[in-house]
Design a protein around this ligand. Structure first.
Ligand SMILES: CCCCCCC[C@H](O)CC(=O)SCCNC(=O)CCNC(=O)[C@H](O)C(C)(C)COP(=O)([O-])OP(=O)([O-])OC[C@H]1O[C@@H](n2cnc3c(N)ncnc32)[C@H](O)[C@@H]1OP(=O)([O-])[O-]
Ligand SMILES: NC(=O)c1ccc[n+]([C@@H]2O[C@H](COP(=O)([O-])OP(=O)(O)OC[C@H]3O[C@@H](n4cnc5c(N)ncnc54)[C@H](O)[C@@H]3O)[C@@H](O)[C@H]2O)c1
Length: 720
């Protein structure tokens, strides 16, 4: 896990724990061993600590938090040992020196970094704080203001910025074209040169823990706490981290460290830390699917996008930003021009905001080729259609593509609801047809539901999952069912919100509960933002708007939603929907007209309105959502509970500190949820969403947790 060598009388401790050199127990032991050897060897005049491969450690080994290994030879002790070593220690940073990695660097006496590297303390994103002295050393090095900002936001910074802030002693210029090996060689060279230069220098002023912290006024802490409460609403760790930073300015180092460790201890066992660490791993597990070998994917070097509308133009941006050429097709010149303009405007905006340069923006735009002719797609490796949501239109587009594209081309559909198998049946290559469900805005939202049809091949799945990663998306493979996973689960959740209106609640009551739970906005606000006509369109396609076509045994909850559309209350775009909006504003106000309509409809539909508690609103919306998640798992439409959590966090704003709906279900207790579902179902027998999932029933009665049960199940499958 570490190696040791000497170069020109400098001991070099190299951390070798790929892929990110996490500071596992074996690494910590290796560092201790290296320090001891170097201290004892009289020929060694200085020490360099460097990461092997592509990076300096990206942090403590997160998997050791759950199994308790983090407490054996804990990192704070190792860093204390580094700092107190009598020979100068130079830390050489490339890649990402994050969390414990940066804390190790802060324990070293000198720090140099490649200009390509990044440093940061992202622990708050995992529900904890920099717990190896980061909250005490960083303020001593760069001052409370800058340190608090970095620690409480968790955002990494570029090496050049870190140098300007005073974190680094020197930078090693590395161009973007140089290989990681060249970067490593140059960095090591510079580190040894620096080590030899300072070998006889006193370490006075080089041990960061001995530096003084300039106190700042309480006003600063209050302002930052306010900002944190707004930007990281509902998250505990950033505010607790701020307390630890404050301690650095109030107490000597040793006492500050005690405060840091006390706060860390509390955060470590918090439900938020568990949830956020679950999300960290779940996000990285989406590519691991039983029976799919991701290495079987074929490289995608040339892409076609059909439909230059809102989704098509956003989808095209993802590829050209990564230098993958795109032919963008539309049926009409006017719509093609509009799509191209939207793409150009996007890049102009980025240049204006300083997020890219004119040169890079032009280079990306150079990869875009607008066209009205399908024939220009004859050579692409993959095509994504984003034309109107109509089965016949999509089938005819895919049939045409099947005739024009080379036989290996993968044909993707961005449908939100339609059956992938039916769309694939229009082609002679159903094995190469797959759903790629982007979320709007497609160039911003990181989630992609990739939908496998019954005939989609392993190669097609692997290719699409890989290209999704290449364009920086978080791909989740899902099964082919109505609404896939995200929208399918949205239906019962939304259904309960509307049912609550019939029984006594108003939109702002429901939305407040969901906002307080941690969603960025409630369901009615979301519906107003997306456009209430979308829901109506779906209900019409389901044939449930016309009372004569409805199943009399299923409760209909959308009378008010339907009437809102009749009244042209489509939402923000028409300045009125569930709420009313001042022109140009997205902040809605409760509207008497809507409230009267809700009361009138309740009466007409035979409900006696009652006060509904926040607890009931929360339970009904969330438990209906969770029950559907269980059904997706038992039907094999979702492969892992964590996949569902990722979809809901990245696609629908489920609060990450609660870990996603399936993690949250385990935290609440499956028996409690199951019993409540039975109770709500008894009171409302005409809502099929209350029919409990078999899987939920089985786990609730056996007292098992979903996460454990599923991990065991997947293990058993992979051993078959
Ligand atoms: C007394 C108590 C003592 C406690 C002291 C606390 C000390 C400290 O303050 C706490 C920390 O450092 S907290 C940590 C603070 N640091 C952070 O929060 C940084 C977390 N890491 C990242 O942000 C990203 O991984 C990078 C940007 C580093 C690389 O991105 P990329 O190139 O897209 O790569 P990728 O796909 O993301 O990962 C590749 C593989 O590495 C795995 N893995 C990664 N980091 C890991 C870790 N720390 N650990 C374990 N594993 C880690 C990852 O799961 C994946 O595994 P798989 O099996 O192949 O799926
Ligand atoms: N809008 C969303 O929020 C969203 C989210 C996820 C998925 N989707 C799905 O993405 C698809 C597109 O949605 P949108 O909102 O971008 O629609 P849109 O109406 O903005 O764009 C559709 C474009 O397709 C073009 N088009 C229609 N038929 C064509 C054909 N035969 N050949 C070439 N071009 C053709 C139209 O001219 C138009 O420019 C739909 O299937 C939709 O369900 C939409």
């Amino acid at each position: 896990m570490t190696s040791y060598k000497t170069i020109k009388d400098v001991a070099v401790i190299t951390i070798e724990n790929p892929p990110v050199n996490a500071l596992s127990l074996a690494v910590r032991e290796g560092i201790l061993d290296g320090l001891s050897r170097a201290s004892k060897d009289d020929t060694v005049c200085a020490i360099v600590i460097i990461g092997g491969g592509r990076t300096f450690p990206a942090g403590a080994d997160i998997s050791e938090f759950a199994n308790g290994k983090a407490f054996t030879k804990p990192l704070p002790q190792i860093i204390e040992k580094i700092e107190s070593t009598q020979k100068p220690i130079v830390c050489a940073i490339h890649g990402t020196a994050f969390g414990g990695g940066l804390e190790v660097a802060l324990g070293c006496h000198y720090r140099i970094a490649s200009t390509r590297s990044k440093v940061g303390l992202p622990e708050v994103n995992l529900g904890i704080l920099p717990g190896a002295g980061g909250t005490q050393r960083l303020p001593r090095l760069i001052g409370v203001w800058l340190a608090a900002e970095m620690i409480c936001s968790g955002k990494p910074i570029e090496a050049v910025d870190a140098d300007a802030k005073g974190i680094l002693d020197d930078l090693v210029e590395i161009s973007s074209l140089e290989s990681v090996q060249t970067e490593y060689d140059k960095l090591l060279d510079a580190a040894i040169t620096l080590a030899l230069r300072v070998k006889n220098h006193s370490l006075e002023g080089k041990r960061v823990s001995q530096l003084k912290v300039e106190p700042v006024s309480d006003f600063f802490y209050e302002q930052l706490a306010l900002q944190i409460s707004k930007n990281a609403r509902g998250m505990n760790a950033p505010l607790q981290a701020l307390k630890a930073v404050k301690a650095s300015a109030m107490f000597p180092f040793k006492e500050g460290m005690q405060r840091e460790q006390q706060i860390l201890g509390r955060l470590f066992v918090s439900s938020q830390a568990k949830a956020l660490q679950h999300i960290f791993f779940a996000e990285r597990q989406t590519m691991k699917i039983p029976g799919i070998d991701m290495k079987k994917g074929v490289p995608i070097k040339f892409v076609g996008v059909i439909g230059a509308g809102m989704m098509g133009s956003g989808i095209a941006i993802n590829f050209i930003k990564k230098g993958i050429p795109v032919v963008l097709i539309d049926a009409e010149q006017e719509f093609l021009d509009r799509g191209v303009k939207a793409i150009e405007d996007y890049f102009k905006g980025r240049v204006k905001k300083g997020k890219t340069t004119r040169f890079l923006a032009d280079r990306s735009l150079g990869y875009l080729r607008p066209s009205l002719h399908y024939e220009d797609l004859s050579n692409v490796d993959l095509v994504i259609e984003a034309v109107f949501e109509n089965l016949d239109v999509k089938k005819s587009v895919l049939k045409h593509l099947d005739e024009i594209c080379k036989p290996q081309t993968i044909l993707c559909t961005n449908t939100s609801t339609l059956d992938i198998d039916q769309i694939a049946s229009a082609t002679n290559r159903p094995d190469r047809v797959i759903g790629t469900h982007f979320f709007s805005p497609a160039n911003v939202m990181r989630l992609m539901e990739n939908v496998a049809g019954s005939k989609t091949s392993e190669r097609t799945i692997a290719s699409v999952m890989q290209i999704s990663k290449t364009i920086s998306k978080i791909p989740v493979l899902v099964g082919n069912c109505f609404g896939f996973i995200g929208n399918r689960m949205l239906f019962p959740y939304n259904n309960q919100a509307n049912a609550l209106l019939q029984e006594g609640a108003f939109p702002h009551d429901v939305d407040k509960v969901l906002y307080d739970f941690g969603f960025p906005m409630g369901l009615f606000q979301m519906s107003d933002l997306a456009g209430n006509d979308i829901g109506l369109h779906i209900r019409k396609a389901q044939g449930i708007v016309d009372p004569s076509q409805r199943d009399p045994n299923e409760r209909y909850v959308s009378t008010t939603a339907d009437k809102l559309c009749e009244m042209k209350r489509f939402g923000v775009k028409s300045s009125k929907g569930w709420y009313s909006y001042a022109k140009g504003s997205r902040k809605g106000r409760p509207d008497k007209e809507v409230m009267d309509l809700i009361v009138e409809n309740s009466k007409a539909e035979g409900f006696v309105r009652r006060n509904i508690s926040a607890k009931e609103i929360e339970e009904r919306c969330l438990y209906a959502l969770i029950n559907e998640g269980f059904k997706c798992l038992e039907e094999g439409m979702a492969y892992k509970p964590g996949d569902i959590d990722i979809i809901w966090i990245y696609g629908y704003g489920f609060p990450p500190q609660k870990g996603g709906p399936m993690h949250y279900a385990d935290a609440v207790g499956l028996k409690k949820i199951y019993d409540s579902i039975l109770q709500y179902g008894k009171a409302d027998p005409k809502t099929s969403a209350w029919k409990p999932s078999k899987l939920l029933e089985q786990l609730a009665s056996s007292g098992k947790k979903l996460a454990k049960y599923w991990t065991k199940k997947l293990k058993a499958q992979s051993n078959l």
